[in-house]
Design a binder for this molecule. Structure first.
Ligand code: CTP
Length: 417
């Protein structure tokens, strides 16, 4: 943990902390002190139940600001939940009870905290804490996943002894973890802010090459890494254009990317683009050849294994493939001053060796190298472990983590250097 909150930001950052009714609420007093020690402004918004665990006076004394609890205590002209939401750079909800988590997931705004969170257009980091059985409950898990899909960041609870007497996953995660997430979120936004509003174009998933109206050629790319990057880039405050490769052939993707490239500050080609396409996609469904022809009319070669006559190639269909353009290489060739271009590569062997050759050949600023020989990471998995290479062939390993974390780290590597 370092002093980035005050040193990176020329203006002190403003952190809005939402506290709900849970025993871990007392720990947030220390979290407020951590933010204050690092130079941040802190505002606190509580659910009425939170005040059963910690007093308004404590929170006000530590934060140095009035604590907002009731929806209709409007001091300024603007409704309180809107002015709170406008003031802060990031919102942290900790501890977040099962009740508040579920309300947020459904867009229910029945108190000041849920209304503020709903109106908050900047990053929201949620640290749930509850009984372990409540956390494992399918409905709570689905609500947490729904929030993640909507762009909220969830810091899952830790395992250990719980105040309710149970032992399991439910404890508020470590305060340092919350602090570090806030810090990295703020520093990413700050870097983006220094360069003005960034436009980041991201491609995700695998392209689709039609063979006929029924069949196509594609690959195993799920698009999860690209989607995680889009979320992380949005959190950083960038204007994001996410292009889903699964809706495009390579040629169509090339056109779509070109249309967005001119004013893009950064282009991330996470898509798996087909290197070849059928020379011609058939207009009608290709039918099986059902008419057996006499041997003497067939073009296939005749061979005589074991002394018997046999036909090789009978019933086979040959598809002629022609190369697709290399979109990434073309983008790099035409890149404008200051534009950052990031490629991905999927390798089943010699990961770093192939990645180094590829970054040189394509000419991109960064290349993220995936090992697709492992089932637990890469294609389709929720986690990833990658190397990120820069132009000088320096490679940094990003240890196995959820794709959301890897995505944030990739952006940190791009904008941190
Ligand atoms: N890429 C591209 N256009 C292509 C092929 C790939 O823009 N026709 C991009 C991908 O989006 C990715 C990077 O190039 O960012 C590397 O893709 P990869 O398939 O690993 O590289 P290839 O050049 O296709 O090399 P190979 O398949 O031979 O390993």
């Amino acid at each position: 943990m370092n002093n980035k909150l005050s040193t990176i930001n020329p203006q002190p950052s403003t952190v809005l902390i939402g506290i709900t009714g849970g025993i871990a609420a007392y720990k947030i007093c220390e979290l407020i002190r951590m933010f204050k020690r690092h130079g941040a402004n802190v505002y606190v918004v509580c659910t009425p139940n939170a005040l059963n665990f910690v007093t308004c006076l404590t929170l006000r004394s530590l934060s140095g600001n009035e604590v907002a609890v009731e929806q209709f205590e409007i001091e300024e002209f603007k409704p309180e939940h809107i002015s709170c939401a406008e003031r802060a750079d990031v919102m942290v909800i900790a501890p977040c009870s099962a009740n508040t988590l579920s309300k947020l997931a459904q867009g229910i705004c029945d108190n000041l905290l849920t209304s503020v969170a709903c109106a908050f257009s900047k990053p929201v980091i949620i640290a749930p804490a509850m009984n372990c059985n409540m956390w494992e409950n399918k409905i709570i898990q689905e609500n947490a996943a729904r929030l993640e899909r909507a762009g909220y960041e969830i810091l899952p609870p830790d395992e250990g002894f719980l105040a309710c007497g149970y032992s399991g996953k439910g404890r508020l995660c470590k305060l340092e973890k919350i602090f570090d997430r806030v810090q990295s979120t703020l520093s990413l936004r700050e870097r983006a802010g220094v360069r003005g509003l960034l436009k980041i174009v991201i491609t995700a998933g695998g392209t689709v090459e039609n063979i006929d109206p029924v069949r196509y050629i594609s690959n195993h790319s799920s698009g999860k890494m690209g989607a995680a990057l889009a979320k992380a880039a949005r959190r950083m405050g960038a204007q994001v254009v996410l292009i889903d490769a699964a809706e495009h052939s390579a040629l169509e993707l090339q056109k779509a990317v070109k249309a967005e490239a001119a004013d893009a500050d950064c282009i991330i080609m996470a898509a798996a683009v087909a290197d070849y396409r059928p020379k011609e996609a058939a207009a009608q469904k290709i039918k099986k050849d059902l008419s057996p022809r006499p041997l003497w009319e067939r073009e296939e070669t005749l061979s005589e294994p074991n002394g018997e006559l046999s036909v090789s190639g009978e019933g086979s269909l040959t598809l002629e493939l022609i190369p697709n353009p290399d979109i990434l290489q073309e983008l790099c060739k035409n890149k404008r001053e200051g534009q950052i271009i990031v490629g991905f590569c999927a390798e089943s062997e010699n990961l770093l060796e192939n990645a180094k050759e590829k970054i040189k050949r394509k000419g991109c600023d960064f290349l993220v190298a995936n090992d697709i020989s492992r089932k637990d990471i890469g294609f389709g998995a929720d986690e990833n472990e990658v190397y990120i290479l820069d132009k000088n062939l320096n490679a940094a390993k990003l240890d196995k983590a959820p794709k959301a974390v890897i995505a944030a780290k990739i952006l940190e590597a791009i904008y941190g250097g």
